[in-house]
Design a protein around this ligand. Sequence first.
Ligand code: NAI
Length: 698
Amino acid sequence: MQGMIEKRGSIGIIWIDNPPVNAISHAVREGLIKAVENASKDSEIKGLVLACRGRTFMAGADITEFASGVKPPWLGEVIDTMSESSKVIVAAIFGTTFGGGLEVALGCNYRIADSNTKIGLPEVKLGIIPGAQGTQRLSRVSSVEFALKLATLGNPVGAQEALEAGAIDKISNGELIDDAVSYAKELLKNNAPLKKSHTLSIDPKKYNDSFFNDYRKTISRKTRGMAAPECCIKAIQASVNLPFEEGVKFEREMTIECRDNPQSKALQHVFFAERQAAKVPGLSKDTPLQTIKKVGVIGAGTMGGGISMNFANVGIPVKILEMDQAALDKGLGIVKKNYEASAWKGRISSEDVDVRMGLIEGTTNYSDLKDVDLVIEAVFENMDVKKEVFSKLNETVSENTILASNTSYLDIDEIATVVDNPERVLGMHFFSPANIMRLLEIIKAEKTSPAILATVLKLAKSIKKVGAVAGVCHGFIGNRMLTGYSREANLLVLEGAPPEQVDRVLYEFGMPMGVIAMADMAGIDIGTRLRQQMDESDYDVMATSVADKLVAQGRCGQKTGAGFYDYKAGNRTPIPSEVTKQIISETAEEFGVVQREISDDEIIERCFYAMCNTGFDILHEKMAFRSSDIDTVYINGYGFPAWRGGPMYWAENTVGLEKMLNGIQNFANIHGDRWWKPSPLLERMVQNNLSLKEIVNH
Ligand code: NAI
């Protein structure tokens, strides 16, 4: 039963028990009100402790109620009842005290936290704001700065930081409930005041308009395009300038504004999409998964080093194999430098550096990989080299060892042909920098067994990655969709849109940077070299010729100080280049392209319709289980703005499938249908009025 009271002398403990995370359901809300009311009538009880059973204090609202509609009492009423209590209430918090859970704790008079507690207001990540007085109470209890940090960025903080900020009053290093009871007794003994957060006020002179405007600037890069963080700022500003009750009303207005903004729906889609991506359709829950205790990595280059760090970071030992000692030393040296840089920035301790480096062992001998449970190959992007590596692995490691390739484009089915039991072969496509980027694109080859796929999806979670499954096709989900996007950007440049216009429009759409500037950053020569090994029928010569000419002049991008853009020494800011402008107009003339003024809308449509059309092809060819997996890939691997829900969600909900199909047909009429062939799936969906949720591949 919710809200049961256990008496320990003069202290009543209100117990909440709603597994698994003590979500604040209707029963919990009712139970809490009743318990506080009952305690107020019980003369034996002088003070209260609010406690939870299980693995965490209340971790937030009960999201299952969102669909059916939340019934009163509202959480705000519960918090009002608690904050009006005549008896002191100490919240005993632990685990992940997030969202509504933190708001409940803020309605208590004092807060004691287990030393491992994390507190947070993650609502902005779902496009909403704390809606049960959190924006009004946290700034009063701690500071405006701390409330802004928690509410606008949505990231949790640890108990120590919360203590320093005043959001909690005490840390317990022993048994939490015993300590909370003692704390309540001590407060009573000392006649401590009933600290009520709503009665506190904040100095408006210290937190004037310019303070909030400065804060907006500090977070603008991280929250670009998002509506909810601005609503949080306004609500917290109201906590400074308005009496509590009016501030609560204003918070309500902001909550409704966010709820009605399409961004909240898009972000909720993203939240569920990530969870869904971890599931292999049709796979029984009881299928036994393999345990990954030791990992082997082949190649200690850019990717191999970063991949190894992921495992060492969570305590899984790694053996990296290289061709020779010199390459090994170089690779391990870079890993060490990366760890030292993290320690220097204060992200990890110097002991962590030693522990993690201690988990990464180098070798040049395949026999040292005998006992690993998984090998990830990250050698040069060359089929012969990859096959040679897999042949050696086939001979040396156990037949149960999972064999993965980090290839960006190569055919994993072909790689698997050199392995005796190919059901254990798959792709694990990490993104650079591999120790930082959240996405792990998992490539299901023709013979990969569902259990191996599920094992790797689970592993992705343990190394803190978001896993999403793709089938074997050129570039899988992510890089395949990038092709059309980047081709159109380059064609637009040729047709008269200056590179800086294309990049500005893509950036303003919400991408981390424009695709032309991105090419300069990655090195334009990579694409040129790749194309030298390709057949001209596989790419658009017109779209790539400016890039190839730039490379021929030694303008390979940032690393050579010039590419599409010019760069000042030691500075990465792109400067529009006269040389490039000249090359573009010469190339346009060469191909008979008449340059014209191009609208920002055309740039968005050409680039993103091309991207999405490929997405529909991917679904049509069953190269993704579901469209939300494509969204997950694009948000976590390519920086597509989450608040737009991912490219497929955007296609369906913002553009509309019929409009997109018409747009693609129109581009096919103008530019020919070599690249602008509407995806058969998109056509079928429009014809039959289908929604993306209905398209699930097995
Ligand atoms: P890299 O050139 O930095 O590293 C490759 C390493 O493999 C080198 O240290 C080399 O000595 C070693 N190596 C080559 N042949 C070997 C063999 N037979 N046995 C043992 N070691 C061998 O290359 P990078 O960038 O790390 O790429 C590796 C793989 O990851 C490629 O397939 C690439 O397409 C893929 N990839 C690369 C990304 C990137 O941004 N660099 C992103 C995602 C995937």
